[in-house]
Ligand binder design. Structure first.
Ligand code: GDP
Ligand code: MG
Length: 301
């Protein structure tokens, strides 16, 4: 499949106000229903929304919470972490709602992007809802900001214009080896999402005892004949004492982690899920490239 073609791989940070259509676009780009995880609790690691395979390129879409005028301290911290991720991305893709136009959120986003100094393109989404003259005026306003190298017009819902946008993303990521193993690509978005969900539970239930010391990897994923999914995951910790914390008294903690994660996963995948969690001690997993399948680590704040 790869043959003599030069592979490419990189990260695209998607930025946009709530409801602008980020999830819809990610689903369309990835070409399968993935992982839409609501950004409830943001941890410091970057959230992978989906991985797009387009010919020789692997485009990894990462999330940035859509809050541009943070008021609470927590919101500010989330936004800072998110923009930290954007700063490392090869390209920032700013989504703008055709109907909402150049509103306050969009202006705040543009100001942020000016400061970030990253290559950025804009995509006006929901063009199916708005008449041509209004679109052209909006595109002109966006162009005049001087922040975006290009402005695309798309409908994430109908797919209009999405192929052009994707072609641009493919060209924007650098030449280089794929960042995810080829044999894992087909269900990688699901695997990653599943790992993220469990990691989120670890964070929620144990973060005081286990700060940043755990990584989760989905090792096995089976779509079963009865429509359910069977998922095996390993939680990596760095010390034996941490393994004890994750297991809890008589295995109570890992049971609670599994139960909560399973519930979330069933909501996301809209199927029954059988989740099996294992804990392993892997000293310095953070230095082991193999472990980077659970990614985001690259962007640790
Ligand atoms: P997110 O909050 O940015 O992830 O936005 P969603 O992807 O959840 O989309 C918010 C709403 O906008 C949903 O009802 C989508 O169906 C709708 N939507 C997204 N893209 C389009 C589009 O291109 N055209 C139209 N008409 N609706 C869209
Ligand atoms: Mg969404």
């Amino acid at each position: 499949m790869t043959g003599a073609r030069e592979t490419r791989a990189g990260f695209v940070a998607i930025v946009g106000a709530p409801n602008v259509g980020k999830s819809t676009l990610v689903n369309r780009l990835v070409g399968a229903k993935v992982s839409i995880v609501s950004p409830k609790v943001q941890t410091t690691r970057t959230r992978v929304l989906g991985i797009v395979m387009a010919g020789p390129a692997q485009v990894i879409l990462i999330d940035t919470p859509g809050i541009f005028q943070p008021r609470r301290r927590l919101d500010r911290a989330m936004v800072a972490a998110a923009w930290g991720g954007a700063a490392d991305a090869d390209l920032v893709l700013a989504l703008i709602d055709a109907k909402a136009g150049f509103d306050r959120d969009t202006r705040a986003m543009v100001e942020r992007l000016k400061g970030a100094g990253r290559p950025a393109v804009a995509a006006i989404n929901k063009v199916d809802l708005v008449k041509k003259p209004k679109l052209l005026a909006l595109a002109r306003d966006i162009g005049e900001t001087g922040v975006f190298s290009e402005t695309f017009m798309i409908s994430a819902l109908t797919g209009d214009g999405v192929a052009d946008l994707l072609a641009h993303l493919v060209g924007a990521v650098p030449a280089g080896p794929w960042l995810f193993p080829e044999d894992q690509i087909s269900d990688m978005p699901g695997r990653l999402t599943a790992a993220e969900i469990t990691r989120e539970q670890i964070y929620l239930q144990l973060h005081q005892e286990l700060p940043y010391a755990a990584a989760v990897e989905t090792q096995d994923w089976k779509d079963q004949a009865d429509g359910s999914i069977r998922i095996e995951q390993v939680i990596y910790v760095e010390k034996a004492s941490q393994k004890g914390i994750v297991l809890g008294k008589g295995g109570s903690r890992i049971k609670a982690l599994g139960a909560a994660a399973r519930k979330e996963l069933e909501t996301i995948f809209e199927r029954r899920v059988h989740l099996f969690l294992f804990v392993k001690v892997a000293r310095k997993w953070g230095d082991d490239p193999e472990r980077y399948r659970d990614l985001g680590l690259k962007f640790e704040a």
